[in-house]
Design a protein around this ligand. Structure first.
Ligand code: SF4
Length: 367
């Protein structure tokens, strides 16, 4: 899959400590990118990727913790990527202000707020790093209250224990006025079979809910995850080995490039074997490919080489570095990812052909 995405991890610091955080925030040595490293990475990315395919994500840790750096980095990325480049960021919402939202609108940065649902589900896993008794949901909602949410996205992570309420949480965000919604399962926990069945059932309900909104003439929220599924289905049909070539370029908060973003779930230095150059000297593309080829060969030899909706490479890398059985992790990932992908493909089949659906998902500015 050709390169089209640069993920810039601005720091490994966060004011929250979510239980499932996919980055080792507030652990090990603190790391924070300087502007020069960001500039070099953006330059290297745009030199390799044509304007119509450029997507740059600013992430962390919490990317809004150092607002002056964010402004400098996003302004530079907009100039370098051009007017058609997609810029996006994911924030926990507790530091949002009207001025920051105005900056996103001016520069063209798609902002997605990470919230897992209403208070009960959000505060189950999303807690402050220092003041655990304070509600993250209440604080984020207070920040969001005066903002125009039609320009904002919301991203939910659901787990085996919160999957039952996924649809009602998505519906709640839709009623609050969020223009975009995305959601992903926690893929590293072990999902018992009965919870996977519930996931399948909930996704059938989601498909019916979405179609009903379309039929009622309402504009449903754009489901960002559908773009990933649509792309994966297309790639899978064209080439079942599409995931062998990663489309992401990942710059860690330590200024090093990593072959897979799963390396960042370990404290800086613990997955050093997944580094492939740095922003100062440039990406070592051969080393990156070698590191991708190794888990790819493992996945193929385990008989899991075809039919993937989501790239499985990171699961193997993550399990190996965590000292877990990569074969078992791969099987669990496959069960959850397949149930998730099947449900979303059913939603697509149910809604395809509706003019509003076609207008929303035929667009080039998928974020
Ligand atoms: S807000 Fe994001 S970066 Fe911070 S701890 Fe939670 S998941 Fe991790």
């Amino acid at each position: 899959m050709p390169l089209d995405h640069l993920a810039v991890y601005l720091s490994n610091s966060c004011n929250l400590a979510c239980s499932y955080c996919y980055v080792a925030v507030n652990q090990g040595p603190a790391a924070r990118l300087g502007f020069e490293d960001i500039r070099r990475a953006v330059d290297e990315f745009v030199a390799r990727v044509p304007p119509e395919r450029r997507k740059i994500t600013f992430i962390g840790g919490e990317p809004l913790l150092d607002w002056p750096l964010f402004v400098k980095a996003a302004t530079y990325a907009r100039e370098a990527a051009g007017p058609g480049g997609i810029l996006q960021t994911f924030t926990n919402g507790t530091l949002l202000t009207a001025d920051k939202a105005a900056f996103f609108a001016d520069v063209g940065v798609h902002c997605t707020v990470s919230l897992d649902g209403r208070k009960q589900d959000n505060d189950l896993h999303r807690v402050y790093y220092k003041t655990k008794e304070r509600s993250v949901y209440d604080d984020a909602m207070e920040r969001l209250r005066p903002l125009d949410k039609s320009n904002l996205g919301v991203s939910l992570v659901f787990t085996a224990s919160t999957v039952d309420r996924l649809l009602s949480n998505i519906d709640a965000f839709h009623r609050m006025g969020f223009g975009r919604v995305t959601f992903n399962p926690e893929l590293y926990e072990n999902w018992p079979e009965d919870r996977i069945e519930i996931l399948r059932r909930v996704l059938k309900g989601l498909a019916r809910w979405y179609r009903a909104l379309l039929d009622a003439g309402a504009r449903p929220p754009q489901l960002q995850i559908l773009f990933a599924v649509l792309e994966a289905v297309e790639n899978e049909a064209a080439n079942p080995g599409w995931w062998h070539d990663c489309h992401n370029m990942t710059l860690g908060p330590d200024g090093k490039y990593y072959s897979c973003d799963k390396a960042l779930s370990f404290p800086v230095g613990r997955a050093a074997d997944l580094r492939s150059g740095d922003a100062a000297g440039g990406m070592d593309w051969e080393e990156r490919q070698r590191q991708l080829d190794d888990p790819t060969a493992f996945i193929e030899s385990a008989g899991e080489g075809a039919g993937h909706i989501f790239c499985p490479i990171g699961v193997v890398d993550h399990a190996r570095h965590a000292g877990r059985d990569p074969g078992a992790a791969l099987k669990n990932f496959r069960r959850v990812a397949d149930a998730f992908g099947d449900g979303l493909k059913e939603l697509i089949a149910l809604c395809q052909g509706h003019p509003v659906y076609e207008e929303m998902y035929g667009r080039a500015d998928a974020v």
